[in-house]
Design a protein around this ligand. Structure first.
Ligand SMILES: Cc1ncc(COP(=O)(O)O)c(C=O)c1O
Length: 457
């Protein structure tokens, strides 16, 4: 594998400020979510990072009594066998710091799970690390592997923690687009993104927010590029079990990739316990050791009683994993057909629990002050809670600058069917107000939006 390059000088200007700092349509989102204001105490390499839009929009959902189809968390609990295992672990006193790399039974369970589902072999002693969710695993990996000024290839739209982790590392993102409407990866752009500064490619499949499951052709292209240029890969596979169409193929199983890939996943999405924040990174021992070095100074350890519970979950029969996907698929179809009936343009996602939907014509045109066909999803999302009590996220929150995605909105469907129905009912009521706008208060004070007790989270 490639030797480390000597630390290069940062590629930024004298201020050190990243030139990609402001997301597209920044002026249309809550200012703290866009990070467009300079924060007086924040280090220059982190300028542009604000409160994540998910926290902001969930707070807005709670304040306005809105149906929250913004942040990706289920509104029902996961399997009782798993939650009961956590309760038992607490009662048995497993409440102190677990071992540094994670509880041995969880590391064993992760290794067994990777073997059972993908035929991948990891030594639980040296090749599996337990982390505070996939988020910490990704961040610690980027921090561990990148020198200041290195470049990291990200697929755009991206999960918002990736560019933040790149900024924390003093590295620079290089973006490779997924192209609407079918969200195929632009393989020409992928080839163009790599240069002598490139250190890591971050691959998220199944993908948030497009719902794509990268296919064999796309993954082979990534693998070949990594091998040819001696790059490392970090894969985020948190939606590995939420596949509705196609098959999830781990990048590490492609030729030449096992020795250069950190495979990351977590319990949050699979078991519907997103608040437990139990994740893991698997890979060759030297790569995992590098990540462990960073993770031990970020959190050291986490979630002691939840670790044995997640180990129990990973051992559940195949019917459990198939059932999670099947239940979500029904809700995907419910939301997607409802959105299409309202005129949203979409391709049903192959995986995950989000759909990216293009604004209907009626939302784009006809409102005073709004140019017809502008596809201003950021504004649409900002107005939604105050108008009809629904929260969704504009695709621009997952991009740096993508004019072609400015008219797309992300809706989450990991909610109870009646919650999805209510959201659709409310969206249907939107056409009339948009045609003849009334008072709009996107940042409506608490209680001013439609009241939906119990549906705010
Ligand atoms: C692609 C992706 N990676 C990671 C995460 C977060 O995972 P965790 O909660 O395990 O940190 C999310 C959550 O939405 C996600 O969509």
């Amino acid at each position: 594998m490639r030797e480390r390059l000597p630390a290069p000088a940062p590629a930024e200007g004298a201020s050190g400020q990243r030139d990609e700092a402001a997301p597209a349509a920044a002026g249309d989102l809550p200012p703290s979510a866009t990070g467009t204001r300079r924060s007086p105490y924040l280090a220059s390499r982190l300028q542009g990072l604000g409160t994540t839009i998910f926290a902001e929009m969930s707070a807005l959902a709670a304040a306005t009594g809105s149906v929250n189809l913004g942040q990706g968390f289920p509104d029902t609990d996961g399997p009782e066998a798993v939650s009961e295992a956590a309760v038992r672990a607490i009662r048995e006193g497993r409440n102190q710091y677990p071992p540094g790399g994670g509880e041995p039974e969880l590391r064993r369970a992760v290794a067994e799970h990777r073997m059972r589902f993908y035929g991948q072999s990891f030594d639980p002693g040296t090749e599996v690390l337990v982390t505070a969710g996939a988020t910490e695993a990704v961040t610690a990996s980027i921090l561990a592997l990148c020198e200041t000024g290195d470049e990291v290839v990200l697929l755009e739209p991206f999960y918002d923690s990736y560019p933040a982790a790149v900024a924390l590392a003093g590295a620079r993102p290089r973006l490779v687009p997924f192209r609407p409407p079918r969200w195929q990866l632009d393989l020409d752009a992928l080839g163009d993104a790599v240069n002598p500064r490139t250190r890591v490619v971050v691959v998220n499949s199944p993908h948030n927010p497009t719902g794509r499951v990268l296919d064999r052709t796309e993954l082979s292209a990534i693998a070949e590029l990594c091998v040819r240029h001696d790059l490392l890969a970090i894969t985020d596979e948190v939606y590995e079990h939420l596949v509705h169409e196609g098959q999830h193929l781990p990048l590490a199983s492609f030729p030449g990739m096992a020795e250069r890939t950190l495979t990351i996943s977590s319990a949050g999405k699979t078991f519907s316990f997103t608040g437990w924040k139990v994740g893991w990174a698997c890979g060759p021992a030297p790569l995992v050791a590098a990540v462990r070095t960073v993770a031990q100074y970020l959190t050291y350890v986490n979630a002691a009683p939840f670790q044995p519970a997640v180990a129990a979950g990973l051992g559940l029969p195949g019917s459990f994993f198939a059932g999670v996907a099947a239940s979500l698929r029904e809700r995907r179809d419910r939301l997607c057909s409802g959105l299409e009936a309202e005129g949203f343009a979409l391709v049903p996602p192959q995986a995950g629990y989000f759909v990216l939907a293009g604004l209907p014509g009626w939302a784009e045109a006809g409102e005073p002050g709004r140019p017809g066909g502008s596809g201003d999803a950021a504004r649409f999302c900002r107005e939604l809670p105050g108008r009809v009590g629904v929260v969704a996220i504009p695709a621009s929150a997952f991009c740096e600058r993508r004019a072609d995605l400015a008219g797309f909105v992300r809706f989450a469907f990991c909610k109870r069917p009646e919650v999805l129905d209510l959201a659709l009912e409310r969206l249907a009521g939107l056409r009339a107000p948009l045609a003849a706008p009334g008072p709009t208060s996107p940042m409506a004070p608490s209680g001013s939006g439609p009241s939906t007790p119990g549906l705010a989270s």
